[in-house]
Design a protein around this ligand. Structure first.
Ligand code: SF4
Ligand code: SF3
Length: 549
């Protein structure tokens, strides 16, 4: 079996790709299994796309595609057993789709390996992910590979967004149709670089639609996020820490823990859950514990209680804490209990609650509070104040600093950048990137906090809506004429989806860091530079000069 190859995240080894083991901790054979799964999804989507071209569809293929793509996001799932099951499930769906097409007299090229390969033993399924067979490197041309993977990575993030909407009963069939088509196109050897660039922009368009759908799902279900002060200290009760991005899981956990004497704390990307009116009514939602995902090892130790992962980012745990970690949804880790929905569709978290009662309450690691909840409606409510401050010159410029956080030292850039920004500037943030500066005391401008947190990376759509609103208010032709600069930090695939969405919306001159994606070939980077003005970050001093003139 060949070595793995994965270059989907910002921490790809040596800036080119992980080949022995993931920097994220993903073992080589899990990486190959994920490649096998992506290949299986492509086969299902290829047939689902043909079926749709003939006016029919199956829910099974849609659900399978969304769940499988989401499982392969960085730090979501390390559980080989789940990947074996998912590949086998996909092969069965593929075969039933073939039978369905045959029964309808719809012809297709049944000789393709993607439609004929079989495998069921663990060894066969791992070996199928060999780089010379179906892995990323199986596409020899560097530029075609780069664009295919850029699309697949964007689709993974989009799958995450629509999965979150789906669990809240919000769906958009046009997005599913596009995703099947786009996955099929990554198999099409006749597509040129230009055609693949066009497909990338289409992925951007559907990324906007996916984020809009999720925004509608979240705000319809839980209300519009509002200005909120979140406690950073701890209480005396035992606690459960909930991490990830799934608000539906958060709701179920809050309902089931009510009146049990167990408090709930958010970690990492679940912090913005506290900004929703629907969750504020729970007195036992005690606060936020800790920081961004990569600090979880130390923070889970001092938390003392159980931890529930609803999505990425999991740092592979070791030792005692494994027994305190529970996974659900698309996440998984060997040795951690995985909670599936019951027949009624509900998840039973009683095992986590019972465990919490036997464990110590959290050890305090910080005190104080942070302010957030500046999603679009809350910012629109402040619009008059904001517009006055811009007109009077009190606000010189906005900096969109959304995205991800990560372990690399080079990310100190973002803390330093935030600290050195002049006092007449405002940071608009979303995603776990915020932990690099949310706790700094950067003050306010006429009562408007200098860091406005819209929420999770999933809520980056709010930042686009805010820009569009300002465009309308200031009556400019293009959002690029507004005093807004984009200094985005990325790590995993959802940030790529956000980036493609911004490009589709016409945002130019985005700075992307701390490094440019390993999956972009030099020629593809050139296309992005020439058409969109994308550039890597420089030093804090140089970038401040560049942005502020
Ligand atoms: Fe490496 Fe990132 Fe892939 Fe993990 S997800 S194997 S760190 S490129
Ligand atoms: Fe963070 Fe993983 Fe991307 Fe949701 S939790 S932003 S990295």
């Amino acid at each position: 079996m060949s070595e793995m190859f994965c270059f989907q995240c910002q921490e790809a080894a040596k800036g080119t790709g992980c080949t022995k083991v993931g920097v994220c901790g993903k073992p080589s054979q899990t990486a190959n299994l994920q490649d096998t799964l992506i290949y299986t999804v492509k086969g299902v989507s290829y047939l689902a796309n043909i079926l749709r071209e003939n006016g029919e569809k199956t829910k099974e293929a849609d659900d399978y595609m969304i769940h499988s793509l989401f499982m392969t996001i960085t730090n979501a799932n390390f559980d080989e057993a789940q990947f074996f099951d998912k590949v086998r499930e996909g092969l069965a769906i593929r075969n039933s789709l073939k039978t369905l097409l045959d029964s309808k007299g719809i012809t297709f090229n049944n000789d393709m390996d993607i439609l004929t390969w079989t495998g069921s033993t663990e060894e066969e399924l791992i070996n199928k992910g060999d780089q010379s067979e179906v892995g990323v490197l199986a596409t020899a041309n560097e530029d075609i590979r780069s664009l295919r993977e850029l699309n697949i990575i964007g689709l993974k993030g989009l799958a995450a967004y629509v999965h979150h909407a789906y669990v809240l009963d919000f769906e958009n069939d046009e997005i599913y149709a596009f995703m099947h088509k786009a996955l099929s196109e990554t198999l099409n050897d006749s597509l040129t670089v230009d055609q693949l660039v066009a497909l990338t922009l289409e992925t951007g368009k559907f990324s906007v639609d996916g984020m809009s759908l999720l925004d509608e799902a979240n705000t319809t279900s839980y209300g519009h996020p509002e200005l909120t002060k979140v406690d950073l200290g701890v209480r005396k009760n035992p606690g459960i820490l909930i991490s990830g991005h799934d608000l539906h899981d958060m709701e179920e956990l809050l309902i089931q823990t009510e009146g049990t004497g167990v408090d709930v704390y958010t970690h990492g990307e679940m912090l913005p859950g506290q900004y929703y009116p629907a969750f504020k009514k729970y007195d036992h939602l005690a606060g936020n514990y800790g920081n961004a995902w990569w600090q979880q090892k130390a923070e889970f130790e001092t938390f003392n209680g159980p931890i529930l992962f609803t999505t990425n980012c999991i740092v592979p745990p070791k030792g005692e804490v494994v027994k305190r970690i529970f996974t659900t949804g698309t996440t998984g880790f060997p040795g951690c209990t995985h909670i599936l929905p019951g027949e009624n569709g509900k998840k039973d978290f009683s095992e986590i609650i019972a465990l919490a009662k036997t464990l110590n309450s959290p050890t305090e690691i910080e005190t104080g509070e942070i302010i957030g909840g500046f999603a679009h409606e809350q910012v629109f409510a402040l619009a008059d104040k904001v517009v006055d401050a811009v007109k009077s010159g009190a606000i010189r410029k906005f900096f969109v600093m959304a995205g991800c956080d990560g372990r690399m030292k080079s990310r100190n850039y973002y803390t330093e950048f935030a600290e050195k920004l002049p006092k007449d500037t405002i940071i608009l943030t979303a995603g776990c990137a915020k932990y690099r500066y949310l706790k700094l005391d950067l003050g306010d401008i006429n009562g408007i906090p200098r860091v406005l947190d819209a929420g999770q990376c999933n809520d980056s759509y709010s930042l686009a809506l805010i820009a569009l609103k300002l465009k309308e208010i200031f009556e400019v032709e293009s959002i690029n004429e507004l005093p807004i600069a984009y200094n985005i930090a990325w790590y995993e695939q959802k940030a790529v989806t956000v980036l493609l969405a911004l490009l589709y919306l016409g945002v130019k001159d985005i700075h992307l860091g701390p490094t440019l994606p390993a999956f972009l070939s030099p020629n593809v980077i050139n296309v992005l530079v020439e058409n969109f003005g994308i550039s890597p970050i420089g030093t804090v001093e140089d970038d401040l000069k560049l942005f502020l003139g």
